[in-house]
Structure formats: structure tokens, C-alpha cells
Design a binder for this molecule. Structure first.
Ligand SMILES: Cc1cc2nc3c(=O)[nH]c(=O)nc-3n(C[C@H](O)[C@H](O)[C@H](O)COP(=O)(O)OP(=O)(O)OC[C@H]3O[C@@H](n4cnc5c(N)ncnc54)[C@H](O)[C@@H]3O)c2cc1C
Length: 385
């Protein structure tokens, strides 16, 4: 597999890095402190084409590949993890299923506005009683003429407060489990659903996480993505791709934590030396640098597989599993290198620990990634036998 970036990918990397340096790093701590949605930064993401990176140009997107998306996600998340997840949800969990499973009328209606940042999307699968066991969901959408009538509550929805359309995964046939699930696009302009509780979180505080409430809400049948009963496939394949974005988010967080720890180790003195001259600190920095590069290789491998039309479910699960757990280890070490200063808000080290933690949970916990990897590995083995 060839990992040299082409001219476009290099340009995306430079553009995203400059954007992170100039527009995100200076304000990331304030966004975290205020717990405020980074509206101005998201508008700038749109202007750069980063809200619809892989959306085809004919539908109003940047028309780039998944590797470019992963590269941009890493850089943006290095600048601000909250901005990173807002970008990731709009790209991977909203534009991607509409582009892959929608018909041309649906693509024309929603992809351009989403890619241009005129509208923001969210993805609603989890519920108060079901997360990992997604097929255990309770929300129903029962057919009534040319509409579905939706009832239920979705939980933990990123962008829930700001989004004006939602890719909603529901039971259209509650007597079935996986096979009774469908995917609908719920456009708040025509079907105004309610916003419930806004969560107070450990990290990624600039991104909203809310419940969504559906009470006898009519959604046109024309808004269904794919066929009735395809929804579980839509949701799982969407998450397969989404995990590349979350892995890149975890990588970006780890990188900034590493950079700041390295800089600190060159300034701080103890026992008459820079702490970066102590073997214990150098070992930590060496492990951090190695793990960061290993994660990037896994992420790029998964992105290239998706770009080349190969199976990528196992690869994206590996990338997400490794990158998220790596990010937790790296941010933990970065805090440790800062000593007591790492524990207080004067430095960013504690924020990076808080921001990294969620990447081990959403879009499938680490335990679920291990299940996916084990299942796919066994399948591959059986196919060879
Ligand atoms: C900040 C935030 C943002 C989120 N954004 C979204 C979003 O935009 N859209 C959305 O739909 N959801 C979203 N989620 C939900 C997220 O995807 C779920 O929290 C996650 O999938 C885990 O589900 P759960 O919380 O119900 O935990 P559970 O599924 O109840 O799991 C609890 C524990 O049991 C383990 N476990 C469960 N099943 C197994 C198993 N078979 N084998 C081994 N261990 C298992 C889990 O790994 C975990 O450790 C978000 C969550 C958070 C916190």
C-alpha cells in the first residue's frame, strides 16, 4: 500500500494545519471553558469545504477522497477536539449515508446545504436503553399513508441542539429486530422534533450532546434512505466509515498533547537540568511519538481501503480502537510530564485527557471494536479454509 500523499492531499493537510494554527488553537481553551458551540469556526470549516469533504462536486461538496478527509480531521482535531467532532458527524454520519443510500432527489435536496454549512446534520441511533445493542432500540416509525409517524427518544446526539436535520434510525417493523429497522432523514423545517436534555460532559464541551424527542411526528416516506428494512445496514456501514473520522480525531488530540508536552519538557527544569534530559521523560516522549505514527498508519490504511472500494470494516475498527486507546495513553503521559501544572487549567494538558476519553466510547466502544475485529478475523480465516 502506497502512503505518499498526492498534491491535493498535501494541500488539504497544509490548509487544515494553517486553519488549526490560526483559527482553532488560539480559542480551543475558551471554547472548552464556555462550553459554547464554535459557530464562527464551523462557518470557516464550511468555507474551506470541510463540512462536505467527500461529497461529490455535482452535489455541492469538495469531491475529495476519504484519505483527505482523515487528514483534515486530524489537523482540525489537533486544533480543537470539539470542532473536530462537529465536522466528523456532519461528514461521516450525515453526508455519507445520504450520498451512499439516498436517491438523486434526496442528494440534491440535502447534500449541498450540508456541505456549504447552510445546514448542520446529526445522526440519531442511540437511545436511553440501547447503545451498543443498537437493534434493541424502541423508537418506532409506523406507516400512515405517505408518511411515517415517529414516536420515541434518542439519546446522546452530537450536534443535537444546532442541527436542523437528522439521519434517524428507527423501527418501522417492531416485530422484527435488525430486519425491521429503517433510516429516515428528518428535516426539522418540515417535521419539527423536540430537543430534550442537553448533557453536561467531561470533554468536547463545545459540541452539544442532547436527546431528541419524537411525539407523533410525521415524516414523509420520501425521506427514507434505501428500502424499508435497510436501516440497520445503513447505520452499521455509516459507523464503519465514521470510525475513520473518530480515529483521526483521537490522533489529532494526541498530537497536540504530545507537542505541548515536548515543548514543556524543554523548558521546565528540575535538579539543575531540563526535565527532557531525564531518561524517564525521554522514554515517555519516545513511546508517545511511536504510538502517534502507528495510529496514523492504521487510519490511512482504513481510509485508502475505503477509497479503493475494498472491505474496510475491520480496518476502521482497528484504527478506531488503537487510535482512541493510544490517545488516552498519550494524553495521560502528556499530563504527567507537566507535573502539577498538568492538573490545573493554566495548561491544556488536562483538557486533552478529557477530550481524548470520549473517543473510546462513541461510534462503538473499544469493547465493540474488539468484537468487530474478532468477528471479521474469524470470517477471513473461515473464507481461507
Ligand atoms: C458525548 C457523546 C456523544 C455521542 N454522540 C452520539 C451520536 O451523535 N449519535 C448516536 O446515535 N449516539 C451517540 N453517542 C452514544 C454512543 O455511541 C454510546 O454511548 C455508545 O455506543 C455506548 O452505548 P451505551 O452508552 O448505551 O453503553 P452500553 O451499550 O450500555 O455499554 C456499557 C458498557 O458495556 C460494554 N458492552 C456492551 N455490550 C457489550 C458486548 N457485547 N461485549 C462486551 N462489552 C459490551 C460497553 O463496551 C460499555 O463498556 C454519544 C455518546 C456520548 C457520550
Amino acid at each position: 500500500m502506497e502512503f505518499a500523499l498526492n498534491d491535493t492531499q498535501e494541500m488539504i493537510q497544509q490548509t487544515a494545519r494553517r486553519f488549526a494554527d490560526q483559527e482553532l488553537l488560539p480559542v480551543a481553551a475558551a471554547i472548552d471553558k464556555a462550553g459554547a458551540f464554535p459557530e464562527a469556526q464551523v462557518r470557516k470549516l464550511a468555507a474551506l469545504g470541510f463540512l462536505g469533504v467527500a461529497v461529490e462536486e455535482r452535489f455541492g461538496g469538495a469531491g475529495l477522497d476519504v484519505l483527505s478527509y482523515a487528514i483534515a480531521m486530524e489537523e482540525v482535531s489537533r486544533g480543537c477536539a470539539s470542532t473536530g467532532v462537529i465536522m466528523s458527524v456532519n461528514n461521516s454520519l450525515v453526508c455519507d449515508p445520504i450520498q451512499r443510500y439516498g436517491d438523486d432527489a434526496q442528494r440534491k435536496r440535502w447534500l449541498g446545504p450540508l456541505a456549504r454549512g447552510e445546514r448542520l446534520g446529526c445522526f440519531a441511533l442511540s437511545e436511553p436503553g440501547s447503545g451498543s445493542d443498537a437493534a434493541g432500540m424502541r423508537t418506532t416509525a409506523l406507516r400512515d399513508g405517505d408518511a411515517y409517524v415517529v414516536n420515541g427518544t434518542k439519546n446522546w446526539i452530537t450536534n443535537g441542539k444546532e442541527a436542523d436535520l437528522c439521519v434517524l434510525i428507527v423501527h418501522t417493523d417492531p416485530s422484527e429486530r435488525h430486519k425491521g429497522i429503517s433510516a429516515l432523514v428528518v428535516d426539522r423545517r418540515e417535521s419539527p422534533y423536540g430537543i430534550g436534555k442537553v448533557e453536561d460532559k467531561l470533554g468536547i464541551k463545545g459540541s452539544s450532546t442532547t436527546s431528541l424527542v419524537f411525539e407523533d411526528l410525521r415524516v414523509p416516506v420520501a425521506n427514507r434512505l434505501g428500502e424499508e428494512g435497510d436501516g440497520f445496514k445503513v447505520a452499521m456501514s455509516t459507523l464503519d466509515g465514521g470510525r475513520i473520522g473518530i480515529a483521526a480525531q483521537a490522533l489529532g488530540i494526541a498530537r497536540i498533547a504530545f507537542e505541548e508536552a515536548l515543548a514543556y519538557s524543554r523548558e521546565r527544569e528540575a535538579f539543575g537540568k531540563k526535565i527532557g534530559d531525564f531518561g524517564a521523560i525521554r522514554e515517555m516522549l519516545a513511546d508517545m511519538a511511536t504510538e502517534i505514527d502507528a495510529a496514523r498508519l492504521l487510519i490511512w490504511q482504513a481510509a485508502v481501503a475505503k477509497d479503493e472500494g475494498q472491505a474496510y470494516g475491520k480496518l476502521s475498527a482497528m484504527a478506531k480502537l488503537y487510535a482512541s486507546e493510544m490517545s488516552a495513553r498519550v494524553t495521560h503521559k502528556a499530563l504527567q510530564i507537566h507535573g502539577g501544572y498538568g492538573y490545573v487549567k493554566e495548561y491544556n494538558a488536562e483538557r486533552h485527557v478529557r477530550d481524548a476519553r470520549i473517543t473510546e466510547i462513541y461510534e462503538g466502544t473499544s469493547e465493540i471494536q474488539r468484537l468487530v475485529i474478532a468477528r471479521e478475523t474469524q470470517r477471513e480465516l473461515a473464507a481461507k479454509a
